[in-house]
Every structure is written in C-alpha cells, then in structure tokens.
Design a protein around this ligand. Structure first.
Ligand SMILES: *Cc1c(COP(=O)(O)O)cnc(C)c1O
Ligand SMILES: [Zn+2]
Length: 415
C-alpha cells in the first residue's frame, strides 16, 4: 500500500520536495521534514487495525514514510511501558512510567529510526547504507544491515566506548573510527554522502530516519489506554527525538486516535554537552555549538541539527531543557536501577537525573502523569559506573560468610 506521506517540506520556508533522498532546502538551507495526508491516515489507521498489527513499530506503518514493511527486519519497538511506583515515591511524585527502550534488538531507541531509514533507502534503490554515529546508531545500522545482507559503513569517534565498538564490528560491517569528535565525524560523512550514492541514515535520508522516533509517542499513548500523559522527559542529542515525540502525540490527536493534548515536553542534556539547555536558560534564539566533554557520549553532539526545533517545542508546551553534572548522571543511573530494575546507559542517567531535578524544583507536579524515556542499555557504558559498585569476596566458608558478609550487612542496616 502506498505511503500516506505526501512530500518533504522545508521546516523554515515551507517549500515542498518529492519523497527522495533529500535533506536540505535548496532555497534557504532549512532541514526537510516528511508531511502527510492526515485524512488518509485517519481513514486507514483505526485502533483495531493497529492493535491487530505486528508487535513492533510496524503496527504504526500507516504513520511512516514507507510504502511497505521490510521483508527482513529485527522487529524494533513495541517496548514495555512500566509503571515505576518506587521511582515515583523516591521523587515525591505519584504517577511515573518508564518507556524501556533498552528492550530493542540492539538495546537502544536507534533501532526505530534505523528500521524506517533502511526501508526507505531500499525503496529509493540504495544498496549501501552508512551513518555517522555516537555509538548506538552504529550498533543498529550494523545489525539491520547484517539481517538484510546489505553492505554498510559506519563512522564513529575513535574514543567511543569499547562495548559499542565491539557490538558494532561483530556484525561484520565496515567500522571506521575517526580521530575526532562526533561533529568531525558528521562533517566527514556529509562530504562522503555528496561523493557516493550511499544512504547515510542520518544525513541524506535523515527526514525518513527522524520519523521513526514518532513511534515512541504512539506506543506510549496506546499502552496508556489511548491517551497522552501530562508530561514527558526525553534526552536530547541532535534534538530530533524530542521534536518527533511531540509530533507523534500531535498526530494522534490530529487523526482522532486520542483526545487532542500536547504533553509538556522536557529535554535532558549533560552539563558537559548542553548547548540546547544553555540556549533555553539564556532565552536565546540560536544554539551556540560547544565542544563535548561528558561520559554521556551518546548525547555528545556539540552542534545539534534540530536544537532550535527542540527549543521551539519545549517553549510551546511549557517545558524546559535542563542539564546535569557527571555525578548526577551516575546517580541517575543508580536511582533508576535501584528503583525500577532497569539498567540504563549514561544517556538514561541524564534523563533520570533531569526528572529528579524537575520533581525537586516543583516544575513537575506531584499529580502529573509523567513518562520517562529510557533510550539505551547500561551494558554499553559499564565504565561509567564501574568504580561505584561494591561487592563482597570470601572463601567458600560459612563462618567467613557470617562475619564478613552478614556482619557487614547488619551494620549497614543498623546505620
Ligand atoms: C541518539 C540517542 C539519543 C538522542 O537522539 P537525538 O534524536 O539525536 O536527540 C538519546 N539517547 C540515546 C541512547 C541515543 O543513542
Ligand atoms: Zn526552505
């Protein structure tokens, strides 16, 4: 069935373009975004049809810029939405849910954007795929390329966490470590994209890629019983995810699947790479690029392409963009793990820490229904917390167990 997408549209000047591998406006250099025939979606996408669809993001294919579902695919999405009562209580809130996107095939939300980008790339006739990545995107492109037997080149900063490099190279794709930061990698990839007929998922097919993030909003609404929460907290790297979660809820209202409501959107950044948070605090009209220096490497984009649009969304919905210290990131990872059983990577530490900050400052109300987007898995960033954990080590000897373990545990309990 042909896609409900109509054309690409410039986010700055509104000029339209055909649904090809284009990403910037020829006239004003603004970014292009997919726009849809919402009447068509409204007619096709009934709750019954969605509910009977596959248990993956493809249950929302009617809202995506593709003509068909992929034949071979990792079935990303439809991840759990967990009520997090212990976390809520810890923060003085009543109703908090965690959208656990660590449960994706390569353990981050990037599987959503990659699934959509690669399907569109296939439809446009590309046979090589590529990306500029802060780590998770590399994992996901590699896995999806392996599953479908497509040739892939992934470009990452050379100082990336070893877990992410191994979890990418294992798929047998070409991994290129670039001596520089993400912004250097991205610049190189933009140059390569103008030379080679390759689909760079987050460069020349970025408009399609970005749409994959909307599925986080659709699933959240469906899992809440077809409604939007009051407030969402989401990490910000390029800013794309934040803007697309907002677009997703808006579209559900527009097509009549939920009552119209725009949740308050809060964005989360690390202080060591918080250009959008700084622009928000300074009420600035532009986002000033920074040089990233943070353990939250998956969010370390110093010159965020969609930063300005993320600002627009939080200003429009009454939200904010906050940043947190390296220590707060680690504390956030531990808080989430100890209260929900979910081990997140540094990006999720950032998001959890920002939720804690917003709750403490009263910017999130006690009665608000809050959804926290946890976008990546802690096993990929073990070094960030390796020296904060404690364990016991004993001989296989009962009295040693009593003295050194139980004695110590009881002492802790007495404190
Ligand atoms: C890429 C990424 C993000 C942010 O994505 P943007 O759309 O670039 O803002 C958030 N969390 C994780 C774990 C990521 O890998
Ligand atoms: Zn334009």
């Amino acid at each position: 069935m042909a896609t409900t997408a109509e054309h690409l549209k410039c986010k700055e000047c509104g000029r339209t373009y055909p649904l090809e591998a284009l990403f910037v406006c020829d006239f004003c250099f603004g970014p292009l975004e997919v726009s849809y025939d919402y009447e068509k979606i409204r007619r096709r996408a009934t709750k019954d049809r969605i509910t009977l669809g596959p248990p993956s993001l493809w249950r929302y294919a009617d809202f995506l810029p593709v003509n068909s579902k992929p034949e071979v695919d990792l079935q990303a999405g439809y991840t759990p939405l967990l009520k997090a009562d212990r976390l809520a209580a810890e923060l003085g809130l009543k109703k908090v849910w965690v959208k656990n996107d660590t449960a994706n095939p390569t353990h981050s939300f990037k599987d959503r954007v990659v699934a959509v980008a690669l399907q569109r790339a296939r439809e446009l006739g590309f046979d090589v795929v590529a990306c500029a990545s802060t780590g998770n995107l590399a994992n996901s492109v590699a896995a999806h390329a392996a599953a479908s037997g497509t040739e892939a080149f992934v470009f990452v900063p050379a100082n990336l966490e070893i877990q992410k490099i191994i979890a990418t190279a294992i798929y047998g794709v070409n991994v290129v470590k670039v001596r520089g930061n993400y912004d250097d990698v991205n610049r190189l990839c933009t140059e390569i994209a103008s030379e080679k007929k390759w689909a760079f998922v987050n460069v020349n097919v970025r408009p399609y890629y970005a749409e994959g993030s909307k599925t986080l909003a659709y699933e959240t609404a469906e899992q809440l019983g077809w409604r939007a929460p009051d407030t969402v907290v989401t990490p910000v790297a390029s800013g794309s995810l934040l803007t697309k979660i907002h677009k997703g809820f808006w579209e559900l209202g527009e097509t009549g699947l939920i009552r119209r409501k725009a949740p308050v959107v809060h964005g989360a950044q690390a202080l060591g790479c918080g250009p959008v948070a700084t622009a928000f605090a300074e009420k600035a009209e532009h986002v000033k690029p920074v040089k990233p220096d943070t353990i939250a490497k998956s969010l370390a984009i110093g010159n965020p392409a969609d930063g300005i649009f993320a600002l627009e969304v939080v200003r429009e919905t009454g939200g904010s963009i906050e940043s947190v210290t390296e220590q707060e990131i680690v504390d956030g990872i531990k808080l989430l793990a100890e209260t929900t059983g979910i081990f997140t990577e540094t990006a999720g530490g950032v998001t959890t820490a920002v939720l804690a900050k917003l709750a403490a400052s009263g910017k999130i109300y006690r009665d608000d229904e809050v959804v926290l987007y946890i976008t990546g898995d802690g096993l990929k960033t073990l070094d960030a917390v390796a020296d904060t954990i404690s364990t016991y080590e004993i001989d296989p000897n009962y009295s040693q167990f009593e003295e050194e373990v139980l004695g110590d545990v009881l002492k802790g309990a007495a404190k």
